[in-house]
Design a protein around this ligand. Structure first.
Ligand SMILES: [Zn+2]
Length: 340
């Protein structure tokens, strides 16, 4: 296990899986070969597998330097594993919901301390999706070299195993359910914690703009003192090629229009941590992760309410998904707010 010493998150996830035992269904989706090591890419799940109940997936660690996203998920999973021993309300929730986690999508990037995977590919620029309009180069994705950031991979080459694993888990464990959400935890862009929904590939509104806006409004009404989240389409910030969630959202929409899959990206605003503690700039990991202990602890507890809310909203989706005239009103409000 010595090789994992560079990555406390890989160790913490192993320890959590050991501790959870049969309380979590723990599966190795694929193994990532890196520097002579073979790292498991774990998927953990719990709850009701029936397609008649909704499902939610939590993903983190797509970028190997954005460790805090995985830490937030591992801490949240630890909370669930504890509560499974005593909390009847959690057991009740899990009869109505399927929960799926990939806390570390890019274990090779964690081991090496790189944003990209071991092949040098930025997994969030790697899906077979071309953006339209102006895409900032190279931030939006480039095919020139894996030695430059935001490398998409070579045109036409097979999907990287980490992307394949995310596609497989979403297709097999979320999309069979008639309603599903996904949250993918990143860090590093902006002063605020942002919850982005599609698209990254275009400035056009997503077909489920009304549903995304309804969820935003529901959260803000239910938790009016959590205004630190900025919820909006990703394209208002920047557009990219190859976003995994754009691809999966479009695929799901085209292949099963009777169901709804809404993916979100939680982008933790690391610039705020740097502003409060400029010494973070001296540490490469400080660009993406809170370094001071009190701030680190605050980030680990800060998103529990949002994660709980998303599960409850998932279970109760019939009570807030807008229909008919109400849907039109949500769409008009969203168009005025973001696309006018
Ligand atoms: Zn990221």
């Amino acid at each position: 296990m010595n090789h994992l010493a560079n990555s406390p998150e890989l160790l913490a996830l192993d320890a959590l899986i050991d501790k959870a035992g049969s309380r979590l269904v723990s599966e190795v989706v694929t193994r990532i070969e890196v520097d002579g090591h073979s790292l498991p890419l774990w998927c953990l799940s719990l709850g009701n597998r029936s397609p008649d109940v909704p499902a939610i997936g939590f993903f983190g660690g797509v970028h190997g330097v954005e460790r805090i996203g995985s830490q937030v998920l591992i801490a949240y999973l630890g909370n669930l594993v504890e509560r499974l021993q005593w909390d009847v309300t959690l057991h009740d929730l899990l009869t109505r919901l399927r929960l799926v986690f990939i806390p570390i999508v890019n274990p090779g990037g964690f081991l090496r301390g790189t944003r990209a995977n071991p092949a040098g590919v930025d997994l969030m620029r790697h899906a077979p999706v071309e953006a339209d309009g102006d895409v900032r180069w190279p931030l939006g994705g480039q095919r020139l070299s894996p030695h430059l950031p935001w490398y998409r991979g070579a045109l036409g080459e097979a999907l990287q195993p980490e992307a394949e694993a995310v596609f497989k888990v979403v297709r097999e464990r979320l999309l069979p359910h008639r309603f599903s959400l996904a949250v993918d935890c990143h860090s590093g862009f902006g002063f605020r914690d942002q919850l982005w929904f599609p698209y990254a590939r275009t400035q056009q509104p997503l077909p489920h703009l009304a549903e995304a806006e309804a969820l935003r409004a529901l959260f803000n009404r239910t938790y009016p003192h959590h205004s630190f989240y900025l919820m909006e389409p990703q394209c208002l910030n920047y557009t990219t090629h190859g976003d995994l969630w754009d691809f999966l959202y479009d695929e799901a929409r085209q292949q099963q229009p009777e169901k709804l899959f809404l993916p979100f990206t939680l982008e933790l605003g690391s610039w705020a941590w740097m502003k409060k503690n400029p010494r973070q700039l001296l540490d490469p990991m400080g660009l993406f992760n809170p370094l001071l202990p009190h701030r680190h602890e605050r980030v680990l507890r800060r998103h529990v309410t949002l994660f709980d809310f998303l599960q409850q909203a998932c279970v109760s989706h019939r009570n807030w998904l807008p229909q008919g005239a109400e849907r039109v009103l949500h769409e008009q409000a969203a168009m005025a707010r973001w696309f006018s």
